[in-house]
Design a protein around this ligand. Structure first.
Ligand code: GLN
Ligand code: ZN
Length: 761
């Protein structure tokens, strides 16, 4: 087969330009729509995607990029890795699939976790010695045919067999020595059969995604990679194979794939430009196609096409063909920037969403093949946009730079902890085992409606403020009645903990339609951080002040930390993340000081995403954690000793960041620890953590109300690891998504449990 790849993208969004799939899924789940209706929506979305990608001029159109929920789940179902608890339900295939994704009353779903270092979440397959792989579902073949009938030749995209197993976890029956990778041989047979069927259906190319090799891998895993692609490559009767690795440099895996008998290798030159050097040492690429990921698949900036062409030129001698692609699937960006009518036109001209990125790839492909002249206009436009962005007002704010330049080490240091502790005790006079919450209280329909009405102008700002104030007052009275020690205002005015701040800082833009799939039907609309960040005026102070004057109990001010703001936004690619983080940190620092000046004695700076941005390669982690910690300290060290700084972290496994948690130097740290509450405390003790700590004692992810005895038991267990002076009592996370009835009962139990444990101290 001689067909070439030319220009392509590694994958495409699938939720629908107007979130059609989200709506159809939610209708189906609520029994308001039939399976046939859902399938019809899906079919139409696929057809639109294939047609538009072909029409845009891509030489190779990716196929099988659609999913009803998640592509890793699809792969598990395809190879028949469906745990017994789901087949036992006796549901039809589609409902079995959704049971794996979402659970049913009697059965918990597969675990969900982050797809590498993105904000997309996949479902973790469960594999055990008794898992019997077989080709149970032929969706990739069917969709190949479906596209072919519409006149579009596609290149089916599959999760590679190694990545699939490396992302899986051993099932409950597996012995401790078992690794999912032990089943590679069996799995390869299924992939071999699938490849044969795809070939028979007419597929010329198949893409196998192996991003797992952008992270550190053992020698055994590299050997398994070699074995797998030798086995698949040796098959006769198969399509050409493109093995794509993205989200970083493939490192040692690169020569392994390059020397295996596959036809093409895809690399991410955006996340890891250094891959060019690794490639130039790979002689075995000579007879292969190198698919150069030159257009950022994860961020929303227009590509510097000149620079991309320069990079492409350095690759030309290395491989038989150099094809142009995105760095990874476009799943991580919104569909189309053209539909954004309210975005500042100048900012808009710097952006490329999925549709624009496809166009960029096509332009690059033509420039490589036919010469730059044929796309001279497109290149000039891109050049202009890149230059405009570099010099535009609003991107560079000299005052911000001057302030950054004046920073000294003391700006990231607080006073001695013992002195702080004394000053805080004097100011707050808290009992042992102080009780508090993480910030948000349930967001009622009324609250959401009021926010929406303010946005559309139906509600004037004064009436809006009154509504929010009465909600805050209600939440304060509720907490007083329950008897909590440190109160919160409840965050009714916040749509989202990042977006709320982004809307009030300079340097951020918001989109109307820029939705990106987070998991299943759930989408997020990340703000776009395009310029230097400053805080024109206080953001939260007025709400906090209002809440504090209602009560004698301390009210905790509530802010989002710099790392989390970055993690949940599209960030600039024109300066190091550390610099952007410092700018955001300074804005938060100003806010903490203003809160303090208004009489707020406790300020919580949330960093639930601290671990999310952790680099895939361990070698790069220290540098990241250094700037992340520094940004938090910059944000929180401007206050007096007597002001108590809290932070909240949102994950239960934090071995990788434990030293960083200590280095944050917060006075009190609350952690989501639903699964391994008390181990968390041991881990912290092991590194000498000696600050206040609140391991969540109420799992807010479930509607279940924990009873008093259960919480008291957890507290007693915690007291074995942490002395009473340091232990705080709080739920796992914010209460935003819960109902008042549950929250009221659960917090009351939490406070009663604390009272009984206090008596026995
Ligand atoms: N303060 C936020 C809240 O309570 C924290 C949310 C989070 O940790 N994700 O909602
Ligand atoms: Zn949380």
């Amino acid at each position: 087969m001689t067909s070439t790849i030319g220009s392509t993208v590694l994958g495409y969004p699938r939720i629908g330009p107007n979130r059609e799939l989200k709506r159809a899924l939610e209708r189906y789940w609520a029994s308001r729509g039939s399976e046939a209706e859902l399938r019809a929506v899906a079919r139409e979305l696929r057809a639109d995607t294939w047609r538009s990608l072909a029409a845009a001029g891509l030489d190779s159109v990716p196929g099988n990029t659609f999913s009803f929920y998640d592509h890793v789940l699809d792969t598990a179902v395809m190879v028949d890795a469906v745990p017994r608890r789901f087949t036992d339900l006796g549901l039809n295939p589609l409902d079995t699939y959704f049971a794996m994704a979402r659970g049913v009353a009697s059965t918990s779903p597969l675990e969900m976790t982050k797809w590498f270092d993105t904000n997309y979440h996949y479902l973790v397959p469960e594999i055990g010695p008794s898992t019997q792989f077989s080709l149970a579902d032929r969706t990739p073949v069917e969709q190949y045919r479906e596209a072919a009938e519409l006149g579009v030749t596609t290149r089916p995209v599959l999760v590679g067999p190694l990545t699939f197993l490396l992302l899986s976890k051993p099932d409950d029956d597996a012995p401790a020595s078992f690794l999912p990778l032990d089943k590679l041989g069996d799995l390869l047979e299924v992939y071999a059969e699938l490849l044969r069927q795809l070939r028979r259906a007419g597929a010329e190319w198949v893409q196998l995604d192996e991003p797992a090799f952008a992270a550190d891998r053992s020698q055994d895993e590299l050997d398994a990679l070699r074995e797998a692609y030798h086995a698949l490559g040796e098959l006769t009767d198969r399509p050409n194979l493109l093995v794509a690795g993205y989200f970083g440099n493939l490192g040692d895996a690169l020569p392994v794939v390059a020397s295996s008998p596959v036809e093409a290798l895809g690399v991410d030159l955006v996340a890891a430009p250094s891959t060019v050097d690794t490639l130039s040492m790979c002689r075995s690429l000579r007879d292969k196609t190198l698919v150069a990921g030159l257009v950022d698949g994860r961020n929303i900036w227009r590509t510097d096409l000149d620079q991309a062409l320069t990079t492409a030129a350095t690759l030309l001698g290395l491989a038989d063909e150099v094809a142009v692609s995105t760095s990874c699937s476009l799943l991580h960006v919104p569909y189309d920037v053209e539909v954004e009518t309210r975005l500042d036109p100048r900012v808009k001209s710097w952006l490329a969403f999925a549709a624009q990125k496809v166009h960029e790839v096509v332009v690059l492909g033509r420039a490589l093949r036919e010469g730059r002249d044929v796309v001279a206009t497109e290149l000039a436009e891109a050049r202009e946009a890149v230059a405009d962005r570099a010099t535009a007002e609003g991107v560079r704010d000299d005052r911000v730079h001057a302030r950054l330049a004046s920073l000294r080490p003391e700006h990231t240091r607080r006073g001695d902890y013992a002195a702080r502790q004394r000053a805080q005790q004097q100011s707050l006079r808290l009992p042992p085992l102080p009780t508090t919450t993480i910030g948000s209280f349930p967001q009622t329909t009324d609250v959401r409606k009021a926010r929406a009405a303010l946005r559309t102008g139906e509600l004037d700002p004064t009436t809006y403020t009154d509504r929010m104030r009465s909600e805050i007052e209600r939440v304060i009275r509720l907490q007083e009645r329950i008897g909590l020690d440190v109160l919160v205002h409840g965050e009714p005015e916040r749509n989202d903990m990042v977006q709320y701040f982004a809307e009030q800082l300079t340097g951020f833009a918001a989109t109307d339609h820029g939705w990106v799939q987070s998991y299943g039907s759930r989408c997020v609309r990340p703000p776009i951080l395009y310029g230097d960040v400053a805080r024109p005026e206080p953001i939260t102070v007025e709400w906090a002040r209002f809440a504090q004057q209602l009560t004698d109990k301390p009210v905790k001010g509530m802010l989002t930390g710099p790392v989390t703001i970055l993690a949940w936004s599209f960030v600039r690619d024109d300066q190091p993340m550390a610099d952007t983080a410092r700018q955001v940190a300074l804005a938060i620092r100003d806010e903490t000081r203003d809160l303090e000046a208004e009489g707020i004695r406790v300020v919580q700076v949330d960093e639930p995403a601290l671990r999310e941005l952790l680099p895939l390669r361990s070698q790069r982690r220290k540098a990241y954690l250094d700037w992340a910690v520094e940004a938090f300290r910059l944000a929180t060290s401007g206050v007096a000793d007597s002001t108590q700084i809290h932070t909240h972290l949102c994950y239960s496994e934090f071995g990788d960041v434990i030293d960083a948690i200590v280095a944050l130097d917060a006075d009190v740290t609350s952690i989501e620890a639903a699964r391994s509450r008390m181990e968390v405390l041991d881990d912290l003790n092991a590194v000498g953590f000696d600050r206040g700590v609140g391991p969540g004692v109420y799992d807010i992810h479930s509607p279940r109300v924990p009873d008093q005895a259960e919480i008291a038991d957890l507290l007693r267990a915690a007291l074995r690891a942490v002395p009473a002076e340091r232990l705080w009592v709080n739920p796992d996370c914010g209460l935003k998504t819960r109902a008042y009835a549950e929250v009221d009962a659960a917090l009351a139990n939490m406070v009663r449990a604390t009272a009984t444990v206090r008596e026995s101290l």
